[in-house]
Design a binder for this molecule. Structure first.
Ligand code: FPP
Length: 300
């Protein structure tokens, strides 16, 4: 999302996948990819705040994910708990309201308590609503909402006037949200797949979808743009440097910092300008003589 943003999306949704593949490609266990993904969440939230996005929904754990190996499920749950413990104060300080959407009844009680505490601590946040989807299945939620039915809606007259809005409100309540979320404007899937994977089926009816923001060719093209440079990696120092050498995590590609390129110093040798290939030599024109043209030799 570099460069000028024509219209700021009200609601951005992110499917944070590709972690396992990213780690496997580097010979590391899958959970290493999930850790890297969780570290990126902070940067994504910062970018959403800077852009003025109102709602950000992150797909952290789908209801299907319970079928993954027990060790991976456990690691993901631990990661979520650690994330809440580490980030809640910072979110509250930045005006972010955190809401965990999805089923709660299958979560470990300690994680449920951590979620309740984080939601209470950030309840006053008005700049950004950060929804983390955990044990989330859009289909199950739609079924649950439909089963309750409009007849049980406390605001039955509202349901009659705008049944879609009324359904969205009931859907929000079914997933423990604090109110109806706006439709998703932009859906991003970091791993490059082009599937919805049971995520926000109702809210994505008109969403623009992006699978991967930076492909190598696009990156190279952007680098060639004069006057701007977008480093995708941090300087190769210490642990960060080692991480940089392993290559950026899929979701790191979401928020490149655009740094203006300093103007080249024409006095320095070896600048970009000096290294440009020279234009092919022009065909030689007959040399023009300076001064008055000489008188033509007289005939005879
Ligand atoms: C699916 O893709 C991704 C997950 C099951 C986990 C996503 C969770 C995080 C990035 C971290 C926790 C989130 C927060 C908010 C702290 P995969 O990586 O298994 O995909 P792949 O197999 O396609 O690579």
């Amino acid at each position: 999302l570099d460069g000028p943003v024509a219209a700021v999306p009200a609601h951005v949704a992110l499917i944070m996948d590709g972690n396992g593949r990213w780690a496997a490609a580097r010979g590391r266990p899958r959970v290493v990819g999930h850790w890297a993904g969780a570290r990126t969440v902070r940067r994504v939230v910062d970018a959403a705040l800077a852009l003025g996005i109102g709602t950000l929904t992150l797909y952290a754990f789908s209801s299907d994910n319970w079928r993954r190996p027990a060790a991976e499920v456990q690691a993901l749950m631990r990661l979520l708990r650690a994330h809440l413990a580490d980030e809640t104060a910072r979110l509250a300080a930045h005006g972010v309201r955190l809401v965990v959407v999805g089923r709660r009844d299958r979560l470990d009680p300690t994680l449920r308590d951590a979620i309740d505490a984080a939601e209470r601590a950030t309840a006053h946040g008005a700049r950004l609503r950060l929804r983390i989807a955990v044990d989330y299945s859009a289909r199950d939620l739609i079924l649950a909402t439909a089963a309750v039915g409009a007849a049980d809606d406390p605001s039955a007259s509202a349901a009659h006037a705008d049944p879609r809005a009324a359904f969205a409100a009931r859907l929000g309540a079914a997933m423990h949200d604090v109110g109806p979320a706006p439709d998703v404007d932009l859906l991003i899937r970091t791993g490059g797949e082009r599937r919805l994977s049971d995520f926000l089926l109702w809210e994505c009816a008109y969403a623009e979808a992006l699978a991967r923001l930076r492909r190598p060719r696009a990156r190279a093209r952007r680098r060639r743009v004069r006057g701007a440079r977008a480093p995708l990696r941090r300087p190769p120092l210490g642990r960060r440097g080692r991480r940089a050498r392993r290559g950026p995590h899929p979701s790191h590609r979401l928020t490149p910092h655009v740094v203006p390129r300093p103007a080249p110093d024409p006095r320095r040798r070896g600048t970009r300008r000096a290294r440009r290939p020279r234009a092919p030599p022009r065909a030689r024109r007959p040399a023009r003589r300076r001064g008055r043209p000489r008188a033509a030799p007289r005939a005879g």
